[in-house]
Design a binder for this molecule. Structure first.
Ligand SMILES: [Zn+2]
Length: 321
């Protein structure tokens, strides 16, 4: 009987992900209502869900630790301390804590925040500082980048920092957003050539499995699936987005149910959402959808004769060497 490992990732961002777009951050401007209010509700909603072994949902919480959080709170890993009791309790239940660095950079001249991905030295030093601050609280085995962005340098830096598994890849998808009226990146990533199977990336091409010259880090891609015809139309009208999407469990099953109803046989099922989505309007994002989508997934596994296993992110390391 095939086994499907299921990894449920939470990108622990503040509620307004494009926070501070209009000005410099000040302490108190970031809101964490999704984490304070939505997540406890979510945990109650998924309480009864069990995989084929009788295991409950395991979450992998990716915590922000980067320059923007440091600017707002004076410490890149502030989120680790502010919610320390919650992380401790979740770890005791078998969840895992990982790292979610965003390369938000403030443009003094433009007075806006953008996604830095061209100033390699600045990005590398941000990653080292963010990692060092968070590793004082947790052993970081798993990570996922902000906007799911990677390039050859960031992937190599993750590997050098000792991250065992990266969960950023969105196979078949890419996005090249900019801040309107500027050429400053926002939301950019490129996984158009990445496979759905876990792989050790090439040193000179983060999207491709290495052959002899691979990095020690394992890339485990998120589960992506083809968008429906109506969604394709709206995607192409909005311009430039890929004709695939990732399985966001907080999204209304009418929009993403297909991804959960047709699970893979031979690769892990990796999905992610954000705390703010648990308090979103039910027609699109809400905590109830997480329970509904995961239930759909468990039932589909049962029907297809696949064993479902909820696992914490780093447990996959044993399956792929
Ligand atoms: Zn994020």
């Amino acid at each position: 009987m095939p086994i499907l490992p299921i990894v449920v990732i939470v990108d622990v961002d503040p509620d307004w992900r494009i926070f501070g777009a209009a000005g410099a951050p000040q302490k108190g401007e970031m809101r964490w209502e999704g984490l304070r209010r939505g997540v406890p509700n979510l945990l109650r909603l998924v309480e009864g869900l069990r995989d084929s072994r009788g295991g409950s949902v395991r979450f992998t919480w990716m915590l922000r630790s980067d320059a923007q959080i440091e600017m707002a709170y004076g410490d890149p890993a502030h989120v680790a301390d502010e919610f320390a009791d919650f992380w401790d309790a979740r770890e005791a239940l078998g969840d895992e804590i990982g790292w979610h660095p965003h390369t938000w950079r403030y443009s003094e001249s433009g007075q806006f925040w953008f996604q830095e991905n061209r100033d390699v030295d600045w990005v590398t030093s941000l990653l080292k500082d963010g990692h060092s601050a968070l590793s004082r609280r947790f052993t970081i085995r798993v990570a996922k980048t902000g906007w799911t962005y990677h390039d050859n340098t960031t992937m190599k830096t993750f590997a050098e920092l000792g991250v065992k598994i990266d969960f950023s890849a969105l196979p078949g998808m890419r996005y090249r957003g900019v801040i309107p009226g500027t050429d400053h990146p926002l939301g950019q990533y490129d996984w158009s050539r990445a496979p759905q199977e876990p792989y050790h990336p090439r040193v000179d091409d983060y999207q491709m499995p290495g052959n002899g010259h691979a990095l020690p880090i394992l890339e485990v891609p998120n589960w992506t699936f083809p968008t429906g015809i109506l969604r394709r139309l709206s995607h192409s009208l909005r311009g430039g987005r890929s004709w695939r999407e990732f399985a966001d469990p907080a999204k209304n099953p009418r929009l993403v149910g297909q991804g959960f109803r047709n699970p893979p046989y031979s690769v892990p099922f990796v999905c992610y959402f954000h705390p703010e989505e648990t308090i979103g309007p039910p027609w699109i994002f809400n905590a109830v959808h997480v329970a509904q989508n995961l239930r759909l997934l468990l039932r589909s596994c049962e029907r297809r004769g696949i064993q479902s296993h909820f696992v914490a992110g780093s447990e996959l390391a044993a399956n792929f060497r």
